[in-house]
Design a binder for this molecule. Structure first.
Ligand code: BGC
Length: 367
């Protein structure tokens, strides 16, 4: 009898944890089924996330009149995500951002990765975490936990890596993303979410009129293939100074700045001012017409602020919008690019017995 109660108790716990079954969202060419989950709070905010790439497909938040609209770029169907996407909404890994020439040495051994971006490694390789079907661990109306096991030498990275990812939606309209990982061999790791935000709502126009503030007085300066030179350059007096809020478009074409020319606009990692490892608010974005505001918090040391410079209109997304140049902006919280080759940068090495843990949140409100 006692065991019967226990069994019922565990079953009900399971049902509670799984009480959001999601909706079928198609199949990959390999025949794996993908599910789309909707997280929803009492305020009406919705976040739609699929277990393919851990992709955030939609975020519905109110404008100043209360109208709910979508604030991220993406597609209506799985097939479009599979065919061609510049990482819309996806989890990038095992190593988000760039690694010089796709090579690094760890504990005396050299590893070779895909160097698919201008001869450099980008976002985990040819089939990174953004293109994997993740296992669903738990899903409720307020949270979704996914896991992925990346095999030893997958995309060239050492170690069997076990990753857990949890999205949580709060009543304060905050979307939290927390990551955990362990490995059985030393490896390098840099996970991030690659959402392209456009707070105008349903991507009505480009992001040049968005106002951005970033708590960083230094920039990870890059060379012509966007690999860090090793210099953390002061932003004061440059178009990269967002310590006070600035309209994105005001200085984005200031070609007197070499870094602007190299990035084709903003496509850089800012070295955040907060103490290393501490969790704090690091950036604010405001869209003046809709009144929508987004505050980003993280425990990561850097944030890649990318202004969609490579969007060129060839992709048509949700609401029939052709995503032209600078139609979305990314704030990818992360370690600095090329950290595995830059001993002066905070380490991205994960060793057996240690647990990688990091957290980022995007909070939406009205300005
Ligand atoms: C990179 C860009 C790249 C984009 C999409 C960003 O994180 O910094 O250079 O074009 O991702 O791949």
């Amino acid at each position: 009898m006692k065991y019967c109660f226990l069994a019922l108790f565990f079953m009900s716990q399971n049902l509670l944890a799984m009480h959001n079954p999601g909706k079928p969202f198609g199949q990959t060419p390999a025949g794996e089924s993908v599910t789309l989950f909707t997280l929803k709070n009492a305020k009406g905010m919705e976040v739609h996330i699929m277990n393919y790439g851990g992709i955030i497909q939609k975020i519905l938040t109110p404008d100043r009149t209360g109208k709910l609209e979508d604030v991220v770029l993406g597609f209506e169907t799985l097939d479009e995500y599979i065919k061609d996407t510049p990482y819309f909404g996806a989890i990038v890994g095992r190593f988000g951002n760039r690694i010089a020439a796709g090579k690094f040495t760890l504990d005396g051994k050299e590893y070779t990765l895909a160097a698919q971006n201008n001869g450099q490694h980008l976002h985990g390789g040819l089939v990174g975490f953004d293109k994997k079907v993740w296992q669903v661990l738990e899903a409720s109306d307020r949270s979704l936990s996914l896991s992925y096991i990346s095999k030893d030498l997958e995309e060239g990275f050492p170690g069997n890596l076990s990753v857990k990812l949890t999205y949580t939606l709060s009543e304060e309209n905050e979307l939290g993303i927390s990551y955990e990982a362990t490995t059985d061999k030393a490896t390098v790791l840099n996970l991030s979410n690659h959402s392209y935000f456009n707070l105008s709502g349903n991507a009505k126009r480009d992001i040049l009129a968005h106002e951005v503030q970033i708590n960083a007085s230094r920039l990870v300066a890059v060379n012509k293939v966007l690999i860090p030179t090793g210099v953390l350059a002061p932003v004061a007096g440059t178009p990269f100074d967002f310590t006070k809020s600035h309209v994105v478009g005001d200085r984005i074409n200031d070609t007197s700045s070499e870094q602007i020319v190299l990035g084709g606009g903003y496509d850089h990692c800012w070295a955040l001012d907060k103490p290393f490892g501490s969790y704090a608010k690091i950036a604010t974005v405001v869209e003046p017409v809709s009144g929508r505001k987004m505050v980003v918090s993280t425990d990561q040391p850097g944030v890649q602020f990318y202004t969609g410079n490579f969007l060129d209109g060839h992709l048509t997304g949700k609401y029939g919008v052709a995503y032209g140049k600078r139609f979305g902006l990314c704030l990818e919280t992360e370690h600095f690019p090329d950290s595995p080759n830059q001993s002066a940068f905070p380490s991205t090495v994960l060793r057996p017995g240690d647990t990688y843990k990091t957290k980022t949140a995007y909070q939406f409100s009205i300005n």
